[in-house]
Design a protein around this ligand. Structure first.
Ligand code: HEC
Ligand SMILES: [Cu+2]
Length: 336
């Protein structure tokens, strides 16, 4: 084979494999649980491939070997029949053993996913059409707080998420960290994961939940323990009072224009529950559940017309004058 052809084939093979790494890939595990799940996947893949290849080879041999025409079709061949019976029995037993072995592999591999570690950090996550409410639960209520669309976790500490839904069925999935689990109204499901490396991972709703299902994502940011503690202490605080006149006006307008009916900003009179908590909105990395990176332009576009960016989402277009928009924009940006 010429060098050109060989390098062409290598490139061709590398192309689909290129999709296997990254911040949202079950084939590139960054947690104990996703590594266990990948091992289950590989075990099933190898066994299924071997069985499939064996079946195809036997089939090919059977097609290739013509029965000899001299044999009478109705004549019995006792030794042959006995051997065929033994082979079928042997393969039948092998099938049962393989299924049992795969069940054991699957059970053992999933134990870490459903573990209930007493030292776990507990998060309560509620799925909404089409965003995520994230509540950090601590023993003392003054350390519990709510945020949205972004989960910050410490590395090397188990995180247990309790999942529920406010409307339809959603599914919580961070491929790089753990398996999938549904969020169902009236029921609480749990799943656990332990990130091995600091980094930013991407989670996605994995159960079709309506118009904007595809734009129901979230960021998972795994931080070193001390950095996580700092973030948690900061996040736990109420929003600081705005200092400059423009943000002060923004805060007033946030109430006057009805934003406060749907959004909470802790420490202010805004206590709405229909939309994401915005207390520390300015420090998030994305807007509208992972739809766009959060920056001045995307925030401006969202405030001007949320229905343009995410058609059908449950925030209506608000009729704001441009000076009002600028003030609210400024107010939200300083909510760090
Ligand atoms: C009828 C309820 C409602 C009103 C009124 C409302 N919002 Fe929203 N808002 C929502 C919902 C629901 C979402 C989540 C949309 C999504 O991502 O699907 C949202 C999302 C947002 C986000 C993005 C949050 C994030 O974490 O990505 C911002 C910022 C925001 N709203 C600001 C405002 C401002 C400012 C006003 C007033 C001008 C306002 N909202 C009025 C319901 C509302
Ligand atoms: Cu969903």
């Amino acid at each position: 084979m010429s060098a050109w052809m060989r390098s062409g084939l290598v490139l061709l093979a590398a192309w689909p494999l290129g999709a296997c790494a990254g911040r949202q890939s079950a084939l590139d595990p960054h947690a104990l649980q996703s590594a266990d799940i990948l091992r289950i996947f590989v075990a099933f893949l190898v066994v299924a491939a071997v069985v499939w290849i064996a079946v195809v080879v036997v089939l090919a041999v059977g097609l290739w070997r013509q029965p000899s025409l001299s044999r009478h079709p109705l004549a019995l061949h006792p030794p042959f029949e006995r051997r065929a019976g033994q082979i079928v029995l042997g393969l039948g037993i092998a099938t049962v053993l393989i299924v049992l072995a795969l069940s054991l592999v699957s059970y053992a591999g999933q134990r870490s996913v459903f573990a209930k570690d007493p030292n776990a950090l507990t998060l309560k996550i509620t799925g909404h059409q089409w965003w995520w409410e994230v509540s950090y639960e601590a023993d003392s209520p003054h350390l519990s707080f709510v945020t949205a669309n972004e989960i910050r976790i410490p590395v090397e500490q188990p995180v247990r998420v309790q999942l529920q839904s406010a409307d339809v069925i959603h599914s919580f999935w961070i491929p790089s960290l753990t398996g999938k689990m549904d969020l169902i109204t009236g029921q609480q499901n749990e799943i656990q994961f332990t990130a091995k490396r600091a980094g930013v991972y991407r989670g996605q709703c994995a159960e079709f939940c309506g118009l904007q299902h595809a734009h129901m994502a979230f960021a998972v940011i795994a931080l070193p323990q001390d950095e996580f503690k700092r973030w948690r202490d900061h996040e736990n605080q109420s929003a600081g009072s705005p200092v400059d006149p423009l943000s002060k006006r923004g805060e007033e307008l946030f109430r006057a224009r009805g934003c406060a009916l749907c959004h909470t900003v802790r420490g202010t009179l805004a206590g709405g529950q229909l939309g994401p908590d915005l207390t520390h909105f300015g420090s998030r990395t994305t807007i509208a559940a992972g739809t766009l990176p959060l920056n001045s332009a995307s925030l401006g576009a969202w405030l001007a017309d949320p229905q343009h960016i995410k058609p059908g989402n449950l925030m209506p277009q608000m009729a704001l004058q441009s000076d009002e928009l600028i003030a609210i924009h400024h107010y939200l940006e300083q909510l760090k």
